[in-house]
Design a protein around this ligand. Structure first.
Ligand code: ADP
Length: 684
């Protein structure tokens, strides 16, 4: 028997490792099974080149739990090890790589998938580990190695029936969960589901009619699919096969929209199948993720930094031995291989989408509403993807018709170019709420886009920067004649007095939900007398503030601002002015006549002092001016009060403002109730 001391310089690194990786100590099983699978694959290789003449026999890797003796055993019928090899690979290599590992990863959070720990990870859950191994080589003696977690080990010759290796773990007190079948099954499901060699754990169960429960059969329970779909040729697979595989990965998810089969062997290795999921809600986005494998061993489902961010929304499997997994995440981003892989995936995704767009436009359109979020997100965050996506991004209009960007431009060019030669894209974010405005636009022969998706408004911000001489305007951002201004603005014929007085009357009826600015626009007779609009700029700023915070949050705190646009060409507005003049004309004129001499006197004093500086003005003039201002203000507020009282009593004003509010979904509660009752009364 040989005794020795493992060549580890740090006195005792086992406790450190145990502590480091405690939270993810389950990976010991993946590491040991991966070793067993490697040894088995090597055996097959040796046999295939004729260097092993005997029968290969059953190559199943077996995992056994012995509750009584508190052991977990992983057995393989791979190449095994000679005593020399155990010395070399276990005592020297495995342990020195473990030491290196500890040095490298002072910060355990920097480790992805905890790869690189290998055989050594057995000590994360064991207080003693034994290896029984018999090399495939002629005349090799079987070897028994044992180590209790200190740097000392023992190695001796032994008897072993079969070629291959058994690794026996004497499970630690605080890792006894691994003596439970369920726990082992769970870890196997997570990491070993697609390993290329059959892995057996326990027996298959079957429902027994007589006993009324699941009972064990004689058949071994193989936990993995040794030939997963991504290893096969796309030409040998049907859509159904891809769907079935998807169900295996995400049993609860809805059928995916499309799949993409990746298969590259130069200049890096990458295989996989990605799916465009039907995203229903955020919870699913969080839960179902792309799974990353290295040679069919599950590594992680956090693929951030490996694929571009927008692609993390996809589902499926990536398998690449070329992604360096035992490095920190920040390092990954800069790794040239990872960059290439990430670019390749982006390109493939774009290729596939373009292919479906070109060859099967109908299918593409049918799925667009589900795809949209993903493509918009991709275009906004990945310049390369945007360049490609320009060809297949679709716009949907309010009639449910789809256009490519180019097609849409053609569609509206004629009609929706304004006097400054700018192309105006009209859109709605809510077909019901903005119905009146949509109708107004349509009556003008304009087209309106349906941009009710989560990302749509951000996306048009982005598109505007990319497109020349074009802008997007929500249908309710202004009255239609001003949204797409065809000729120079027509001035209203209303006198300034009429405008001011009407504004005061109208304001008396506006609800307290923000600030309103009253403006006067001579529009067509067919346009509504009053319309409430919200400036495109302010609304976008507020939207962004809501989502983003940061420097924009200032906008979020501002009150909502609206415009009340008065159509001065409308018959009912003319009527409103006439009513005002009939009902209030005398009173208003009286006040105006009182203001007039006061104003004249003010003008006179100002004129006399116009060349003097403030401090040179005689005190008498100053006092007079102050006094005049006071009187004028007094009269003006009388006027305002009269107009306000008048406005509050006017059925016509009330009715027209409520109708404008109603068209914007802004008439609620008590105000709505009053409107209904008043309207009923009006029906005679
Ligand atoms: P790695 O697998 O990354 O090389 P490990 O520490 O897991 O590192 O294993 C070290 C070496 O020990 C392996 O490269 C292999 O040569 C040998 N080895 C480990 N497990 C087995 C096994 N089950 N059968 C044969 N050889 C093994």
């Amino acid at each position: 028997m040989q005794k020795g001391k493992i060549g580890v310089t740090a006195e005792n690194i086992f406790p450190i490792i145990k502590k480091f990786l405690y939270s993810e100590n389950e990976i010991f099983l993946r590491e040991l099974i991966a070793n067993a699978v490697d040894a088995t694959q090597k055996m097959k290789k040796i046999a295939s080149v004729g260097e092993y003449e005997k029968e290969l026999g059953d190559l199943t890797v077996r995992v056994k739990v012995d509750k009584e003796n508190k052991t977990v055993t992983i057995s393989d019928r791979g190449i095994g090890m000679t005593q020399e090899e155990v010395n070399k690979y276990i005592n020297d290599v495995a342990f020195s790589s473990a030491e290196e590992f500890v040095h490298k990863y002072q910060d355990p959070s920097a480790i992805i998938g905890k790869f690189g720990l290998g055989f050594f990870s057995a000590f994360m859950v064991s207080d003693k580990v034994e290896i029984y191994t018999q090399s495939y080589q002629e005349d090799a003696k079987a070897v028994h190695w044992v180590c209790d977690g200190s740097p000392e080990y023992q190695i001796e010759e032994t008897e072993k029936e079969d070629r291959g290796t058994d690794v026996v773990l004497h499970i630690d007190k605080d890792a006894e969960e691994y003596l439970e079948d369920n726990r082992i099954q769970e870890v196997l499901d997570k990491y070993c589901k697609f390993l290329p060699v059959p892995i057996a754990f326990g027996k298959k169960t079957e429902y027994d009619q007589n006993q009324g429960k699941e009972v064990e059969t004689d058949q071994e329970n193989i936990i993995n699919d040794t030939d997963p779909i991504w290893k096969k040729q796309p030409t040998d697979l049907s859509d159904e096969d891809y769907k079935e595989f998807y169900k295996k990965l995400y049993p609860m998810a809805e059928d995916p929209l499309f799949h993409i089969h990746l298969n590259v062997d130069y200049p890096f290795n990458l295989e996989g199948v990605l799916y465009f999921p039907k995203i229903r809600n955020n919870i699913e986005v969080q839960k179902n993720k792309i799974q990353l494998y290295a040679n069919q061993v599950f590594v992680t489902d956090s693929v951030e930094n490996i694929v571009p961010e927008f692609l993390t929304l996809l589902h499926g499997v990536l398998d690449s031995p070329d992604i360096p997994l035992n490095v920190s995440r920040t390092y990954l981003q800069g790794d040239p291989n990872v960059k290439k892989i990430s670019n390749h995936i982006t390109k493939k995704v774009a290729d596939r989408l373009e292919e479906i767009f070109k060859n099967n436009r109908q299918e593409f359109e049918n799925k667009w509403d589900d795809l949209k979020l993903f493509i918009e997100y991709g275009a906004m965050t990945d310049e390369k993807f945007y360049e490609r996506a320009q060809n297949f991004i679709l716009f949907k209009n309010t009639e449910g018709k789809y256009f490519s960007l180019e097609e849409y431009k053609e569609h509206i060019k004629e009609n929706q170019t304004d006097k400054d030669n700018k192309l105006i894209y009209l859109y709605t974010t809510d077909k019901d709420k903005q119905y009146t405005f949509i109708e107004n636009a349509k009556n003008k022969g304009y087209d309106v886009l349906d941009l009710s998706g989560q990302l749509d408004t951000h996306f048009i911000n982005f598109l505007e920067q990319k497109m020349d001489n074009s802008s997007f305007a929500r249908v309710d951002a202004d009255v239609i004649d001003k949204l797409i201004q065809k000729e120079d603005k027509q001035e209203t014929q209303l006198s300034q007095d009429d405008q001011d007085e009407l504004a005061t009357i109208l304001k008396s009826q506006l609800p307290d939900i923000g600030t309103f600015t009253v403006t006067f626009e001579p529009q067509g007779e067919d346009q509504d007398p009053l319309a409430i609009t919200q400036s495109e700029f302010m609304r976008r700023m507020k939207d962004m503030a809501e989502l983003g915070g940061g420097p924009m949050s200032f906008y979020g705190e501002m009150p909502d601002t609206y415009n009340l646009v008065v159509n001065t060409n409308h018959r009912l507005i003319e009527k409103m002015i006439n009513n005002k003049n009939n009902d209030l004309g005398d009173e208003l004129n009286k006040i105006k006549n009182e203001v007039k001499p006061l104003q004249q006197e003010k003008d006179r004093i100002n004129e006399a002092n116009k060349d003097k500086k403030e401090e040179e003005m005689p005190q008498g003039d100053k006092d007079n001016l102050q006094d005049l201002d006071k009187q004028i203000n007094e009269l003006n507020s009388q006027k305002e009060q009269k107009l306000t009282e008048y406005g509050k009593k006017s059925q016509l004003v009330k009715q027209l403002i409520d109708l404008a509010l109603l068209a914007n979904n802004m008439l609620k509660g008590e105000a709505l109730d009053k409107f209904v009752k008043r309207s009923i009364k009006l029906i005679k």
